[in-house]
Design a protein around this ligand. Structure first.
Ligand code: ADP
Ligand code: MG
Length: 244
């Protein structure tokens, strides 16, 4: 499981995450929804230590980190190895092929040698249906294909948790489906998935639980079907109606 307690993050005097408590059980798929600027990306980024939360306790199975104490580089690497991020803008290296992009993650984060990295990377391309595009450069791939490379890169790390930050919102509409299909296909394979998304139908169908972020706090959360059928807060109801 992954759990945060009293999780806080500020940028200067602007507190963006305001003491969030949340726990995700192993293998669960959680969708995070909420208005732009409510802190969803920052929340994900702090879980992966792309941003450092200044207060709170993170538990990732046997790893426990108290952010108000000293966090070592080893602790950060340990969390990074077990949490992988899929970005809205794909974040691929443009001068490397799709295969090299996935290998790079294994070599840097997992300290793997090139041959082992290549073997594992190739397997992940099969999982995202891109075996025939491994040697293409990002600019030779569609947005949907680039994002599937991003997902292959995350899968290759074999992390305990994959964090998706609006994985389809930079895509042309006709490419959204192929990426959601890949995420759906990995949603039952035991890896915990936390997905920030505006795709409400997808959230309802694929997520076990839905979290509504509002102004740096979790305003409401619950089992996906129940959450959409019967939102408790007016603001949740308004948000769901507006976006559908
Ligand atoms: P969301 O993903 O829900 O749209 P974000 O987490 O991106 O929200 O942003 C939440 C707030 O944090 C916004 O007010 C945003 O301007 C601010 N913010 C995000 N990243 C930074 C940053 N690197 N430096 C300063 N402020 C930031
Ligand atoms: Mg965001």
């Amino acid at each position: 499981m992954i759990e945060v307690k009293n999780w806080k993050k500020s940028f200067g005097s602007n507190q963006v995450i305001k003491g969030v408590d949340y726990r995700v059980e192993t293998g669960d798929v959680v969708a995070i929804i909420g208005a732009s600027g409510s802190g969803k990306s920052t929340f994900l980024r702090t879980l992966n230590f792309l941003e450092k939360a200044e207060e709170g306790i993170l538990t990732l199975d046997d790893i426990t980190l108290d952010m108000s104490g000293k966090i070592s580089k080893k602790d950060i690497l340990n969390v990074r190895r077990n949490t992988a991020m899929v970005f809205q803008g794909f974040n691929l290296f443009s001068h490397r092929t799709a295969l090299e992009n996935v290998m790079e993650a294994l070599i840097v984060v997992k300290k793997m040698n090139k041959d082992d990295a290549k073997k594992i990377a190739k397997e992940e391309f099969a999982r995202v249906g891109l075996q025939d595009r491994m040697n293409y450069y990002p600019h030779q791939l569609s947005g949907g294909q680039q994002q599937r490379v991003g997902i292959a890169r995350a899968l290759a790390l074999n992390p305990r948790v994959i964090l998706f930050d609006e994985p389809t919102s930079a895509l042309d509409p006709e490419m959204v489906g192929e990426v959601l299909d890949v995420i759906r296909s990995i949603s039952h394979q035991g890896t915990t998935l936390i997905i920030v998304t505006h795709e409400m139908a997808f959230a309802r169908d694929v997520a076990d639980r839905v979290v509504f972020f509002s102004d740096g706090v979790i305003l409401e959360e619950g089992p996906a079907k129940e959450f959409f059928a019967n939102p408790k807060h007016d603001r949740t109801r308004q948000f769901i109606q507006r976006i559908n």
